[in-house]
Each structure stands twice: as C-alpha cells, then as structure tokens.
Ligand binder design. Structure first.
Ligand code: ZN
Length: 208
C-alpha cells in the first residue's frame, strides 16, 4: 500500500521512516493495478493510449493521468505521483511536467543518460542460454536495450526471476566502451546497452 506522510511525502508500507502512520493513498490492489498500467504505458504501449511519447521516452504527466482516469475512475494525479515518487527501484523519472520510465522499454526510445562508469558489469544467464550468449554476445530480445547490473548481487537477483540456477557473466565494460560500445547509466543498479559483443564477456572476474 502507499501512504502519505505530512513531512516526508509518499511512502510504501505501514509507516514512514519518521514513525508517522500517514494517510492512505492506494491499497495493495490499487497499487498493483495502477503500477502495471503506468509501467505498460511508459514502456510498452504509449501509442495505444495516445501519449505522444518523445524520442527520449518522455510523456506529459497530464496526458498520462487522463488516460489513466479513463481506465480507472478512482485514479487521480496525486495517486499517479504517489506511485512514481514512492517507487523503490527508481523505475521512473520526473522532470517538470514530464514523466518517463528509466528502463524496461520495448518501444523504440533513445534514452539520453550519462555514460556508464563501472569497469565491470554483470548479467545472470540461464544454463541453457549461456553458451549462445558467450558466442554471439548479449542482444535485446523483446526489449529495446540489454539490461545489465552494476553488482553481482543485483544480476543474480534479476536472473533468479527467470531461472533457478543462474550463471554469472562478467562484462568488461570499460574495454567495450573504449571500443565504441554505448553503455548508459539508467539507475544506481541498472545500465543499458544496445548490445554487448562476445569479446567483452567472461564467466569469471579473474579472466577480465
Ligand atoms: Zn515521515
């Protein structure tokens, strides 16, 4: 559930870090529904909703809010912002009147983030796909970008959503970037790339 603290704004859970119990914005089911709608709108089907997304993935918050209210009569701008601002994974970004998803797009966007500064990056692969990745490189399948993690822990956490026993692939990001591969810093934990060619991939850190 999402609540609002008079001092610290929107938060998820029973109480704010200051101890305030706050006022209820969205219950669990509403959070789930609106969250899925916003994520879908900003990552996968902006055109279906007439959001006029620009090339960097931004849409007008008012237009998104109107589309949301058409679907969910109980929705409101405050409820939209309560989801965006309390998101714990940093999925969204707000700039003035504009909103965008920071990562996870299947629509063709051209995100303008700063260059990655991590020397090594990580990707958790399933046992079945690891050989083909090491041979062909990591390419996006349904998504616009390849999503890589800045820590081993995050890479394994992401991979475990899809496979029980992931294999860690280590990416020599600085070498790839020196050779002209674009790698962008989306959040503290997630970086995006068009693709990572196979020569920058290894199974252990010691080989890189
Ligand atoms: Zn508080």
């Amino acid at each position: 559930m999402i609540k609002k603290c008079g001092t610290h704004g929107y938060f998820r859970g029973d109480s704010c870090h200051c101890g305030e119990t706050g006022t209820l914005m969205l219950d669990d089911e509403q959070t789930e529904r609106l969250g899925r709608f916003i994520s879908g709108a900003l990552r996968h089907f902006p055109d279906d909703l007439g959001l006029a997304m620009n090339q960097h993935g931004w849409v007008d918050a008012e237009v998104l809010c109107d589309a949301m209210k058409t679907r969910y009569k109980w929705a409101s701008k405050d409820k939209l912002f309560s989801i965006i601002e309390s998101d714990e994974k940093g999925r969204y970004e707000i700039q003035g009147r504009k909103i965008r998803a920071r990562y996870g797009h299947s629509v063709l966007v051209d995100l303008d983030y700063p260059k990655n500064e991590h020397h090594l990056l990580y990707y958790g692969a399933s046992r079945e796909e690891v050989d083909i990745l090491l041979e062909k490189g990591i390419r996006p399948i349904k998504q616009r970008y390849v999503h890589l993690s800045t820590t081993i822990e995050k890479a394994m956490e992401v991979a475990k959503i899809h496979t029980d026993d992931p294999v860690l692939i280590v990416i020599n990001a600085s070498e790839a970037q020196n050779d002209g591969v674009t790698i962008l810093n989306a959040t503290e934990n997630i970086v995006l790339a068009d693709e990572i060619p196979p020569q920058y991939l290894n199974l252990t850190e010691s080989q890189t």
